[in-house]
Each structure stands twice: as C-alpha cells, then as structure tokens.
Design a protein around this ligand. Structure first.
Ligand code: UD1
Length: 429
C-alpha cells in the first residue's frame, strides 16, 4: 500500500506552479478524435489519468506521444478510429465516457462501457443519453455498454439540460460540432474547462457562439482539422494549495492560473482570515494564525466547486468557531469525513449538510484516501496536525496531482512517500 507520510504542524511556504487542468485535458484529448491528423496539447499535467486516457486513445487506433519534459502531447488520429471503450479503462477512469460524443459524431457509432458508481456518488448519465437521442442517435444499453448509433449522421437539435452537467455539456457539445444545421444547448455548464474545450474546438474549425454563457449555439461543419492548444491551468490544484496555506498558517504563491477562476474560493478563504493578492496568472495566499470557520455551499461554476469541498471540511475542523458545508452535487462526498475524525475532527453529517466544530489542534494518525481530492485534503490536514499522519490510497492523489510530494517538499513540508505491507498481511503475517 502506497502512502504519503507527513509530520506536522508545518506551515507551507514558498512558490508552486500548477500544470494544466486534469478536468480539461482529458476532454481535450477526447476532442482530438473529431479530426483526422495530428493534434498537439501543451501545458499537459503529468498525472495517471492522462496516461489512462492516452491508453484509451491508443486502443482506438491513435498514436499518442507524451513528451513529459515539454509537458506536451501529440495525438495522431486515424481516418477510421475504433469505436469501443472497454470496461477495464472506463472503470479505471470515469472521464473515459467523454469519448462518447466525439465517436458517435465522427464514426456514427460508439460503444462505451458504463462506469457504474464511484467513490463520490452515483453520477448518472441520463442527460448524456437524452441529449444524444435528441441529436438523432439511437441509444441503448447492452451487456454493460452504453451504445450510441447514428449511421446516417447526427442532426441538429434544441436541447435543454435539466442541470448544468459538466460531462453532458462536453459530450453534447463535441457531438454537435459535426451535425448538420445549428444546435442549441441551453443550461450548459460554464466551468473554465468548458470554455477551454470550446476554444479548442473553435481552433479545430468548429462554429460555436455563446462561449462562457449558459447557452451554446453550435453550427455543424462537415469536418474539423487538428489544432495546437494550450490547456487552461488547474484551478482545483491551485485551490488545494491555497487551502493548504490557510490551514497551516503558511504563505504560498501559486503560479499558472487565472485568479478569476477561483473567485468563489478566494472570497471564502478571505472570510476564513486569509490575505490574498491576485496577479494576472498567480495568487499569493497568506494564512492567519488560526482560520475562522466558514459556511460553504457547493454549486456549479461560478459557485464554489464541489472538488474543493473536502478542503473546506478540513479547514473548518481546525478553525475557530463552527463551520457549515452543504454539498449539492455529489452525495457520496462525505466518505472522507470518517477519516478526518481519526485526526480528531468534530463533524456531524446530516444529509447534504455537515456541521463542523473547530478544535484547537488536530492530531496525526493513519488515514485512507477515498478519492483524489479527499486524499489531498487529508495530506493538508496532516500538515496542520500535531505529529505524524500517514495517508494511504495515494493512487487516488496520483490521478490528479502532478509531483505532489516534490511540491510539498519545496514548500517546506516534512514529507515522505513509501510503500507499506497490506494491512491483512501485516496482521496475519
Ligand atoms: C466533472 C468533474 C468533477 C467535478 C464535476 C462537477 C471531470 C473529469 N470531473 O464531473 O471533478 O466534481 O464535474 O464540477 O471533469 N448528473 C446526472 N445525470 C447526468 C449527468 C450528471 O444526474 O446525465 C449528476 C451527477 O450524478 C452529479 C451532478 O449531476 O450529481 C454533476 O455531474 P457532472 O457535472 O456531470 O460532473 P462530471 O462531469 O461527472
């Protein structure tokens, strides 16, 4: 079992640069399927999920060349890509579902394994299905696969999403770029990662208006061409470092992001007592001696991101006063609270809400990460806690955080990465 061991309390101090956003690059990689030829992506994070998506594209017949030193990816897409994304890959990474839209649009057919539930909730696909049907695809589920067929091509539609789902917006947007006529998708997600994919598609020759608004108008073209695109900076990783600075009473400059993408987050950190300075592509976050408890409700962008919710719980756990969190997107996101209580946090979860009564000091303990963000939040909590915290389930953190341990070391953390025996073997020998 891989672990990250930290010794606290240690303030994070220094400068860290974030790479391109995980939640953008995976979709940008999928979007390259829409055009034959070689596309290039820059500012690509060196994370496990990029490798999984690279493997998925290879199995669809693409040549994928990841130059880690240059943080760039070249993806050569054949004239006729494969149309099947196997369970093995989709199970390893739910975001694989985003090849659905490009494949059905370009090849007239897509067979993508159903991801099933994951560690943060049930995560339906009904809006993906309904939207593709409105675009003229025949959709059915067979032997665990989501199958979409449109042998004569997709047609334009007037779609209204029930909820601004990030994944459904991306799949339907990509599918609509190659339909005949003009498609309207209303109530779309407006995350910076959606704007990023719209820009990439426009660079590929797509005709999209309303970028950044909640209504996209896409006029289909007969074909797209490859493009060279730079991935938007990862606001969630940047936000993780910002929380780390505030939780540990540190002082961290985060480079490589647009501070406007973190507005809701930085406002809340100011409420917690942090001093924030914003530059064009960086932020400086100076934590108070002890943060104050904050109230946060997660919402689609520009609201507070659900991916930073575990950090709010962890911050409130050591804050002065009481904090309150309402999770509106993923019902399973409270799983990690039990782990946090092992560090001495006082948290009461009731449905969508968590009430957190701040304690003077957390105390280090072994804990286990249940998903990417919970893992990083537990490491930050460990840095603020007295003594040693060993976080297992590090594979989750590796999926979304590039060079996490190196960055922690550069910021002054006492941190070590290692591998311990399986707990059952350790007990039974
Ligand atoms: C993406 C992000 C994830 C982030 C989330 C919300 C990636 C790889 N993941 O996930 O990190 O937390 O956006 O910002 O980009 N829903 C349905 N039916 C659908 C689609 C969604 O019920 O057809 C529900 C989901 O169950 C969930 C909510 O809508 O409760 C939000 O889902 P969505 O915005 O689609 O998130 P993802 O694209 O899965």
């Amino acid at each position: 079992m891989k672990y990250i061991k930290v010794e606290g309390p240690t303030p994070l101090k220094g400068r860290v640069r974030v790479a391109g956003a995980k939640n953008s690059v995976l979709k940008l990689m999928a979007a390259t399927l829409l055009a034959q030829g070689t596309s290039t992506l820059r500012n690509v994070p060196d994370i496990i999920d990029v490798r999984i998506m690279g493997e998925l594209l290879r199995r669809l017949g693409c040549t994928v060349d990841h130059d880690r030193a240059a943080a760039s990816l070249r993806i050569d897409v054949p004239q006729k890509p494969g149309v099947r994304a196997d369970y093995e890959l989709v199970r390893a990474m739910r975001a694989s579902i985003c090849v659905l839209g490009p494949l059905v649009a370009r090849c007239g057919e897509a067979h993508v394994a159903l991801p099933g539930g994951d560690a943060i909730g049930s995560r339906g696909l009904d809006m993906h299905q309904q939207g593709l049907e409105e675009l003229g695809a025949r959709v059915h589920i067979e032997h665990g696969y989501f199958i979409a067929e449109a042998p004569n091509g997709l047609s334009h539609a007037d779609i209204r999403l029930d909820f601004p789902s990030v994944g459904a917006t991306e799949n339907l947007l990509m599918a609509a770029t190659l339909t005949q006529g003009t498609t309207i998708i209303d109530n779309v997600a407006r995350e910076p990662e959606i704007i990023d994919i719209c820009r990439q598609l426009a660079e590929m020759g797509a005709d999209i208006s309303g970028i950044g608004s909640s209504r996209l108008e896409i006029t289909g073209v007969s074909e797209l061409h490859p493009a060279d695109h730079c991935v938007v900076g990862d606001r969630i990783v940047a936000g993780s470092w910002a929380f780390g600075a505030v939780m540990t009473g540190g002082d961290v400059v985060v480079d490589g992001i647009d501070p406007a993408h973190l507005r809701a987050v930085l406002d809340k950190l100011e409420c917690a007592g942090a001093t924030i300075e914003k530059e064009e592509s960086s932020i400086r976050v100076h934590g108070p001696q002890r943060p104050a408890g904050i109230r946060v409700s997660t919402l689609p962008y520009p609201g507070f991101p659900t991916d930073l919710q575990p950090f709010v719980v962890a911050l409130n756990a050591l804050a002065e006063g009481t904090g309150m969190i309402t999770e509106n997107l993923f019902e399973g996101r409270w799983r990690f609270v039990q782990e946090l209580t092992r560090l001495g946090a006082r948290v009461r979860v009731d449905g969508h809400h968590a009430l957190v009564i701040g304690v003077e000091r957390l105390s280090g303990a072994p804990v286990e990460a249940s998903d990417i963000r919970a893992g990083a939040a537990l490491v930050m909590a460990g840095l603020a806690a007295d003594g040693v915290t060993e976080v297992t389930g590090v594979e989750h953190i590796d999926r979304g955080y590039e060079n996490f341990v190196n960055h922690l070391t550069e910021l002054g953390a006492i941190v070590e990465r290692g591998e311990s025996p399986d707990p059952v073997d350790a007990v039974l020998g």
